[in-house]
Design a protein around this ligand. Sequence first.
Ligand code: NAP
Length: 559
Amino acid sequence: MTQPSEAPARRPADAEQLDVAIVGAGFAGLYMLHRLRKLGFRTRVFEAASDVGGTWFWNRYPGARCDVESMQYSYSFDEELQQEWRWSERFAAQPEILRYINHVADRFDLRRDVVLDTRIASARFDEATACWTLQTQGGERIVAPFCIMATGCLSAARLPDFPGMADYRGKILHTGQWPHEGVAFDGLNVAVVGTGSSAIQSIPPIAAQARHLTVFQRTPNFSVPARNWAMTPEYEERWKRDYAALRQRARAETRSGTIYEFSDKGALQVDAQARKAEYERRWQKGGANFMHAFNDILVDRQANDTAADFVRDKIRETVADPERAEALLPHDHPLGTKRICVDTDYYETFNRDNVSLVDIRATPIETLTEAGLRVGGRDYAFDAIVFATGFDAMTGALAAIDIRGRDGLALKQAWASGPRTYLGLMSEGFPNLFTITGPGSPSVLSNVIVSIEQHVDWIADCLDHLRQAGIRTIEPEPEAQEEWVAHVNEVAHRTLYPQANSWYMGANIPGKTRVFMPYIGGVGAYRQICEQVAANGYRGFRLMPAPGADRLESLSVAS
Ligand code: NAP
C-alpha cells in the first residue's frame, strides 16, 4: 500500500484560472482528474468534505457495505491497480472501500489537485468569455471554460421536515452523514426511521448494540441475503487471471455493468417446482444475483409476482411472530422496482426481544418532541433517532448549487418538470457543463464505477477533441435532447420500474416531479450510443468554434 504522499491542494486563489473545474472528489471526480491531468489540462477538484471518498466518506453508518461484489466494484482503468489491490471480502464494507479510494488518490498522486473543505455554492456561465465562474461558500472564485459536476447521485442526504425537529433533545443522525467519531449505541434506546437499503444494513448492528431499537416503517421493502464471505485466494485469482476480459464483458455485454449469472429463460417458461428451485438456489448463494434468476422479472408483472411471492414466503419463514412477519411483507411495488436491498440478518433481527416495529403507513410520524417522537397520538422516547430516510437522488446535489447557464437560466428552472439532458452528459442552455452519471444515463441502475469510467473517458476524449479542433463551446441541440428525454422515458415504461414510488421516480421528495430519471437501456447499449455520437462528429451537440486565437490560450496544455 502506498503512503499518503502530497498534502491536499492549497485553497483557490481568488479568480483562479483553470482549463477544467471538477466538483466532487468521489470515484468520479478522482478518475476525471487523473484522465484530464494526463491530457495536460489544468484541472482541480473542489470537494466539500474534509477528505476524498464521496459517498464512502459520508456513509459510515454501522453495517455500511457495498452490494456489488468488490472484485467488480472497483476501478478497471489501470491493470496494475486492479492486480495489486486485495479485497478482504466478497462484499466490501465501507471502511475498506474508503481505504481503497485513498489508496488510489495516493497511488496516482491526485491529492495535490484536490481542494478539500470547499463547497461550491454557485456556477455561472459567462457568454462573452465562454467561461464558468464557480464560487465557493467561502467566497473564492474559480474560472474555467469547462466545468464537470462529479457530485454523485446519492449525495444530498434528506432529513424529513417533521415539525419539532429543533425541540428534540436527543441525538439526530442521518445514515448518509454519519459522525466520523462513530456512535456508541450501548445501553441506548434508539429509533430508526426508514426501511431502505441504508436502514436494512444498519438495523441489525444497531439492534445488537442498543438496549432497545424501534423501527418506524412506512413501506416494507424486498431484501435478499448477502451471504457475504471472506475473500478466497481461488475466487480472487479467478477474477484477476482474466480481469481485463471480464471487465470488458461487464462494460459491453451487460445491462447493469455487473457480471451475474444471467438466465435466458422467462419465469413462466419453467414449471413451479423448477422456478422455486432456481429462486432457492440463488437465495442460498446470496446477493442481487437473485434478480437474474429469470430474464423477465423486471418487465413482466406475472413473472415478477413469482419472485416476490418467493421472498414473501422467506420473510414469513424467518420472522417468528406471524403478525410482525405480515407487517414486513412488501406489497405495494413489484420486486426490484425499488432498488433491491441486500442484507445480513435483517429479517432475523425482528426475532430479537429488544426490537419493535411500528407501522407508520396509515399513521405517519406527527412530530418530534423533546423526548422523541409522536405517532398516532402516542409518544415514544429515544436517546437517539437514526434517519435512514435517503437522498434527493440524482438531481439533489446539482440543485444545491446555484447553476446558471446561458442568459442566467437556472438549472433548477430548466429541470423543474424533471431533468432534461442529452445522454445524461449535458443539458441544453448550459454549454461546457458536464455531469458524470447524470440523470438520463444508466448511473444508479448500474455498477456505478463502470458508468463513471465510461463517462469520464467519454468526457476526456471529448475535451481533447474540442481542444484540437479549436472548439470553444459544446452544448446539446434542443431536438437531440428532446429525443433523448423521450427515449429515456419510453424505455423506462417498457419495464415495471415506473410502478413504484421510488427515488428513481423522484417520489421520495415531496413536490418533486415524478419522472423516471436514470436510463434503463443498459450500459452496453448506452456505451455504443455514446461512442457513435462521438464518432459522428458529436452528433446532437452544437460545437461552436472560437472566434480567434483566445481559445488556444484558455485551453492551454500545461507544460
Ligand atoms: P431510500 O431507499 O430512499 O430509503 C429511505 C427510507 O426512508 C424508505 O423506507 C422511506 O420510506 C423512508 N422514509 C423517507 N421519508 C420518510 C418519512 N418522511 N417518514 C417515514 N419514512 C420515510 O434511502 P437509502 O436506504 O439511504 O438508500 C438509497 C439508495 O442508496 C439505495 O437504494 C441504494 O441505491 C443506495 N445504497 C446502497 C447500499 C449498498 O450498496 N448496499 C446501501 C445503502 C444505500 P418510503 O419507501 O415509504 O418512501
